[in-house]
Design a protein around this ligand. Structure first.
Ligand SMILES: Nc1ncnc2c1ncn2[C@@H]1O[C@H](COP(=O)(O)OP(=O)(O)OP(=O)(O)O)[C@@H](O)[C@H]1O
Ligand SMILES: [Mg+2]
Length: 1110
């Protein structure tokens, strides 16, 4: 069904028949066929009136989602297809709105889905009831109590992998608003024999496997446990792991749930320690030890497990060990201690393990109750959910099965009673005629079991309390005598001869015909289990434990509270608690969920007809339907009935203004339904035959089709009109928007134009103002100019006037002075005329000369002879004096200068003077020589070792020594020669070796020729006929020509015996080279640019010397 479709009746889209009451024809086959049909389509829920039949699908179905919860929330029971949520909703709403306490009774055999159903009910109620932090916490705690109790109280059996091994009744308490406040859980008789022994193919309680698989290594170490199941005697190994059960994950869930429920960490630890202790206990083994008195006494075989268990529980090992070997019986102040043999020791061990575990379980329930109990004392509304162990038949049935099946028997009883009473009461309430229906009442079976005088439980108690030897056999004997006549009791030994030859009935068994089938019970263990005794030594040993929880679990072990009274038997306790439960249930409004298992294989999709048929029979479902239908098959309150079928009659459609009952009457009359087919109750209409209902339904379906067409028509019209209106509205909106847009555009244009016009006007205005301002400014400037001019004119006029005034004044003063002078001169002329002028003149001259001389005196004059500076001349008439004084001063300072001369300096200056006389203004080379002092020895003859020999050769003092070039006549090129000049001769020697080449006595020289130019060429002419003349004249060149010639000349003038050497200065002269005379001609060359004087031979007779112009 799609989400959009809305269901209004369980009759919509029905698979088979949703409510068995409507089944037509009604027979067992059609009943089962209908169940099968629905089961095959995953429709696991079917109604019988208000009872829900639930088939176990053995597979997860998507029908428990949050959406489903919402779908069923606040809907009428028959509105939607059958669902457990519909029942839960109905119960919750009548609890909340009509203030009726509710109980939900879930019955069915083991594995039929009771526990699951109870959880669905609880989770539905949790989902729909109030919300809030506190409420959510309560809900969560209530829901989380399930995993904890399931872990400790459920186990895998052959019938069910998660079989509840205890009965559970949980009261959920609500406040007046329907918000949960808390809850109370009651538990009924845990099947504790499972702790020590499990039938084949079954497991111990889940918690043992969960602990070993899921606990961390650390936890296991603390608990002294090993992960390996095979290490523990109490764990069955053939089905240790169950398909689809993840023990490790479940362990985490349980721990988490315990935390949510409110267990403290140390409490959890204590609980786990106890679980571990049970496992350890199972591993303790005994061996016989012979005593002197001939009896065997048991001894613990391997003490390791005992030791570890004692450590876990804080027990003293020796105390426990002793409790396994001895038993103390106290009677009337007497204490008798007997030894235990090995079998008794094992019995004691197992009894301890069972007690330990079942007491732990009860403690857990109490602890959970403590957490979930309502915190307020206000009046509470209660919804009870009963989930007990289902009716079961095993191969080997014992005391536990007897108890479990008794409990189921009682529930069946309550179902029968209440269903019939409810039905009956309804007819009476509604004022409808009612005739009784036959059905099987199981009260007789209940009586067989619970009758206080001769009931089986009473017999058992009697037997247990009887002094003397009591065994299971004596108990069976008793039953055989007391119950032999009972039609539901069967036994071989009974006086009922019918069973004497029944071999399916062993001797040590009895059989009861329960409502759900015959069950064969083996009497072995009945007495023991009913007694449920734990040796006092053991409970006292436990009480001594240094473990708070253990102490709490064995209060009877407290030596100060020894109670010699026998505790009530297990059967008695159970009967009492079932009795209380039944009373409790009877006070509440019952809601039934009848669970059916479709097959024995725990498999989905398999529907075993015979199995289902058996359950249908014993559950009395057929009777249920019949009872329901005997009166009227279908009933409905007037309002919803009118609401559903009002479209079938014109008067009631679409609205009926009057009473709903009248409306229904009009409707049914109009439809011509036979009068016997229905009855009018006070608040409901009762329809006898399902056919009538189907007739109504069919009519309704046809009418709905017409109505659907009508609705479609109206809807289409409405839709088109809506579309049109929408279009119209849209058009208006679009137009408005367009107009807005157009107006905006227009406005923007106008605004732009306005701005342009505005700017032009503003420009025009501004220019006008500018013009005016400019004119104003010009006017102001003109005024300023005019006033400036005017002021200028005024000022100049004033100046002129003042100047004139000043001139006049000056003229006046001059005239006045002239006049005064004239007047004075005229007066004094007679006194001064003779000599005043001359005197004034002399005086003036004197003063001037005085001033001149004083000025000279103040002037510091340089003492350097070459300084030409001299003060400027003062007056013209002193010119001669001035120059004369200058000359005198110069001579004086020259004299002063000379007086400082040494002899050498004097000789030098004389030579310089001589040079000047010889060459000044005659040879261009001269000026360059003036600044150079005449050093004489330029080669340092005496110091140079090269010339040592040369030095010694020359006898006289060397006046001049220098390197000169000797010009070669052949090519005009010069060769360096050492030139020495002494007082008597001159010597030419090799420059490198100092070898004397030529030595010519000075008297042999006739003259020297030099040019006028700036060159160093000079020719030494030898007198004809002299000894040296053979070699001819010498043409030499030296930069120090001036010094050489001057010295040569002065030697001549100094000696008396010789003539002065003649010096020719000319640019062309002849030189005698041996025989030939060669003319040496000097020409002026290009200006000096690096190349010095160049001498070239022009021809045989001409050497041309080109001297660069200065
Ligand atoms: N509505 C359901 N949807 C899916 N699976 C279900 C449903 N009801 C029951 N089952 C399956 O069947 C198994 C047995 O159900 P459940 O434990 O409720 O039986 P029970 O009637 O409580 O049996 P017992 O009397 O042994 O406790 C569940 O473990 C689950 O696998
Ligand atoms: Mg169960």
């Amino acid at each position: 069904m799609s989400k959009m479709e809305v269901k209004t009746s369980l009759l919509d889209n029905m698979i088979g028949v949703g409510d068995m009451v409507l089944l037509e024809p009604l027979s067992e086959d059609s009943f089962i066929g209908n169940l099968k049909n629905r089961f095959d389509h995953n429709e696991i829920y079917t109604y019988i009136g208000s009872v829900v039949i639930s088939m176990n699908p053995y597979k997860p179905l998507p029908i428990y989602t949050a959406e489903k919860v919402e779908e069923y929330r606040n809907r009428n029971f028959y509105e939607l297809s059958p669902h457990i949520y519909a029942l839960a909703d109905e119960a919750y709403r009548s609890l909340r709105d009509q203030d009726k306490d509710q109980c939900i009774l879930i019955t069915g055999e083991s594995g039929s889905g009771k526990t699951e159903a109870s959880k669905f009910v609880m989770s539905y109620v949790a989902a729909v009831c109030g919300k809030g932090q506190e409420v959510n916490k309560v809900k969560e705690q209530l829901l989380q109590s399930n995993p904890v109790l399931e872990a400790f109280g459920n186990a895998k059996t052959v019938r069910n992998d998660n079989s509840s091994r205890f009965g559970k009744y949980m009261d959920i308490e609500f406040d007046f608003k329907g918000d949960p406040l808390g809850g109370v859980i009651s538990n009924y008789l845990l099947e504790k024999s499972r702790v020590v022994k499990q039938p084949r193919g079954e497991r111990n309680f889940h918690i043992f496997y969960q602990l070993l698989s899921g606990a961390s290594e650390d936890t296991l170490k603390k608990l002294k446990l090993d992960r390996d199941f095979s290490k523990y005697n109490y764990l069955s190994l053939d089905s240790a792991t169950v398909n689809g059960l993840d023990d490790a994950a479940s362990f985490r869930t349980v721990r988490n749930a315990m935390q949510i429920v409110g267990f403290m960490e140390d409490e959890v630890q204590s609980v786990l320690e106890l679980v571990a202790a049970v496992l350890k206990l199972g591993n303790i083994e005994f061996k016989p030890e012979s005593r002197v008195n001939g009896f065997d006494e048991s001894r613990v075989k391997d003490k390791n497990d005992l030791k570890e268990m004692c450590e876990l529980l804080g027990l003293e090992q020796s105390v426990l060990e002793r409790a396994f070997s001895f038993r103390t019986v106290e009677a009337k102040m007497e204490k008798v201690s007997t030894t235990l043999n090995v079998a008794q020791a094992y019995y004691a061990r197992d009894a301890l393990a069972k007690n330990l575990y079942s007491r732990l379980f009860s403690w857990l329930v109490n602890r959970i109750n403590e957490s979930i109990k309502a915190q307020t004392k206000v009046r509470k509304k209660v919804m009870g959910v009963l989930d007990i162990y289902g009716f079961e038949i095993f191969e080997d049935n014992s005391f536990e099965q007897f108890i479990i099946n008794y409990c189921n028997e009682k529930l069946q009883q309550i179902f029968i009673e209440l269903t019939l009473r409810e039905e009956q009461e309804e007819y009476v309430r509604e004022g409808i005629e009612w005739t009784n229906i036959e059905y099987f009442n199981n009260a007789i079976i209940c009586d067989l079991i619970e009758n206080n005088q001769n009931g089986i439980l009473a017999m058992l108690d009697e037997e247990c309390l009887r002094p003397g030897t009591v065994t299971d056999e004596t108990f069976l004997d008793k039953l055989n005598t007391v119950c032999a006549e009972h039609q539901h009791f069967e036994s071989r030994q009974s006086k009922n001869s019918k069973f004497l030859t029944d071999h399916s009935l062993p001797h040590n068994c009895f059989r009861i015909q329960h409502y759900a089938g015959k069950v064969l019970y083996r009497v072995e263990g009945f007495v023991d289990k009913n007694n449920d005794l734990l040796y006092r030594d053991l409970s006292q040993a436990m009480y001594k434990a240094n473990h708070s929880l253990i102490k709490l679990l064995f209060p009877e072990g407290n030596p100060s509270k020894v109670n010699l009274k026998r505790p009530p038997t297990a059967g008695f306790q159970f009967k009492a608690s079932v009795g209380t439960l039944m009373k409790n249930l009877l006070t509440k409004n019952p809601n039934y969920i009848r669970c059916i298992k479709p097959n024995d294989k725990k498999a989905a999709h398999i529907f075993t007809d015979s199995l289902v048929c058996h359950q249908v029979r014993y559950l009395g479902l057929m009777e249920n339907v019949r009872v329901r239908r005997a009166g009227y098959a279908f009933r409905q309150a007037y309002e919803p009935c009118l609401e559903r079928y009002k479209m079938l009659c014109k008067q009631t459609w679409p609205h009926w203004r009057g009473q709903a009952r009248d409306g229904v009457e009009v409707l049914l009359t109009d439809l011509q339904v036979p009068v016997e087919e229905f009855a009018y109750g006070r608040s409901k209409i009762f329809i006898r035959n399902p056919r009538t209902l189907f007739f109504l339904e069919e009519k309704r379906r046809q009418c709905l089709e017409d109505l659907a067409t009508l609705i479609q028509k109206i809807f289409r019209g409405w839709k088109s009109r809506r579309q049109f209106l929408l279009l119209k509205k849209s058009q208006v909106v679009v137009a408005a928007w367009y107009r807005r847009y157009a107006q905006q555009k227009k406005y923007q244009k106008i605004r732009c134009s306005a701005l342009v016009v505005q700017s032009f006007i503003r420009g025009w205005k501004a220019r006008k103002i500018l013009r005016e301002l400019k004119y104003k400014k010009r006017c102001e400037e003109a005024v300023t100019t005019i006033s400036a001019y005017w002021h200028g004119t005024q000022a100049r006029r004033e100046l002129r006037r003042l100047k004139e005034e000043a001139q006049n004044k000056h003229a006046v003063s001059v005239i006045w002075a002239a006049w005064l002078g004239t007047k004075v001169r005229r007066e004094y002329r007679k006194f001064f005329r003779a000599n005043a002028g001359k005197k004034i003149y002399d005086f003036t001259i004197q003063r001037i000369m005085q001033k001149y001389f004083l000025g000279l005196k103040k002037t510091t004059l340089s003492m350097s002879p070459i300084d030409k500076s001299w003060p400027a001349k003062p007056y013209g008439f002193l010119e001669g004096t001035h120059q004369e004084l200058r000359r005198i001063f110069h001579l004086w300072r020259c004299k002063k200068y000379r007086s400082k001369f040494t002899k050498e300096m004097k000789a030098t200056y004389e030579e310089k003077l001589a040079a000047s006389e010889l060459f000044k203004d005659k040879k261009a080379l001269y000026p360059s020589s003036v600044g150079q002092p005449f050093k004489g020895d330029y080669v340092e003859l005496s110091k140079n070792p090269k010339y040592q020999k040369l030095n010694s050769l020359v006898e006289d003092k060397v006046l001049l020594a220098d390197v000169v070039s000797k010009i070669n006549r052949a090519n005009g090129k010069g060769a360096p020669r050492m030139f020495l000049l002494t007082k008597n001769n001159f010597v030419l020697a090799d420059q490198k070796t100092g070898q004397v080449k030529t030595s010519v006595p000075l008297p042999d020289l006739s003259s020297v020729s030099v040019s006028t130019q700036n060159d160093g060429f000079f020719a030494l002419r030898v007198k004809e006929g002299a000894t040296s003349a053979a070699k001819g004249d010498f043409l030499l060149s030296s930069d120090r020509l001036i010094e050489i010639i001057t010295k040569l000349h002065r030697i001549g003038s100094a000696s008396a015996d010789r003539n002065q050497i003649k010096i020719d200065i000319s640019d062309e002269f002849l030189v005698q080279f041996k025989q030939d005379k060669v003319c040496v001609k000097f020409i002026q060359g290009a200006p000096k640019n690096g190349n010095g004087v160049i001498c070239k031979r022009k021809n045989n007779r001409l050497l041309e010397v080109s001297v660069p112009s200065p």
